[in-house]
Design a protein around this ligand. Structure first.
Ligand code: SF4
Ligand code: SF4
Length: 187
């Protein structure tokens, strides 16, 4: 299911993030004293990803992923500080009021609290996300989460609950991979 981890995620349009190009390192030319390394066997060709032609996604703003079943909306300290600043709150008071610490296999991470009906604490009916500009990374990167794009089956499972998937804008495999590598989920 989208947005909240487990369980959660949020409406999001996948950002068009590009990885910075790695600097090239020049190899010293081999000399008589330093024999050139023997070439090893050729590396096996990388298997193309199942979404090599890209995937479609445009959020319909239906709100399914900000509401419904309980889930997790993870955020790091910088994101918590940014939301606190937007709300004009002391960062400690913000954490106490709007977040809880979730312990998981990778450690412990802050997660936004939820309302009694399971909706994210920052969701308002008829308004939507009230911290949209400062929403956590996992809300921005949906549905290009690493676990969602890991297989076609996983993608289809989530698409059954997110009407924005498999429709609208086409996102390239490169964009999807870059987004999934920084999906904002604990690892
Ligand atoms: S279309 Fe998907 S991402 Fe957008 S609000 Fe609905 S469930 Fe969430
Ligand atoms: S922070 Fe905003 S986008 Fe993310 S789950 Fe909450 S209401 Fe939805």
């Amino acid at each position: 299911m989208p947005r909240r981890t487990s369980t959660a995620q949020r409406p999001a349009s996948a950002p068009n993030r590009a990885k910075p190009a790695a600097p090239r390192k020049a190899k010293p030319a081999p000399t008589a004293e330093v024999p050139a390394e023997r070439p090893g066997p050729p590396a096996p060709a990388a298997k193309p990803v199942w979404f090599s032609k890209g995937l479609q996604f445009t959020c319909t703003q239906c709100g399914n992923c900000c509401t419904g079943e309980p889930g997790f909306i993870f955020l790091d300290d910088a994101e918590a500080d940014a939301i606190a600043e937007r709300l004009g709150m002391d960062p400690v008071a913000f954490r106490r009021r709007y977040t809880a610490t979730v312990h998981h296999e990778h450690g412990a991470t802050l997660s936004l609290r939820e309302q009694g009906d399971g909706a994210c604490v920052f969701w308002r009916a008829g308004v939507g996300c009230t911290i949209y500009e400062q929403r956590p990374t996992q809300c921005r990167t949906w549905p290009f989460w690493r676990r969602v794009v890991a297989s076609k089956a996983a993608w289809r499972r989530e698409a059954a609950q997110c009407p924005g998937m498999d429709r609208g804008a086409l996102h390239s495999a490169e964009t999807i991979q870059a987004t999934a590598s920084r999906d904002g989920l604990p690892r």
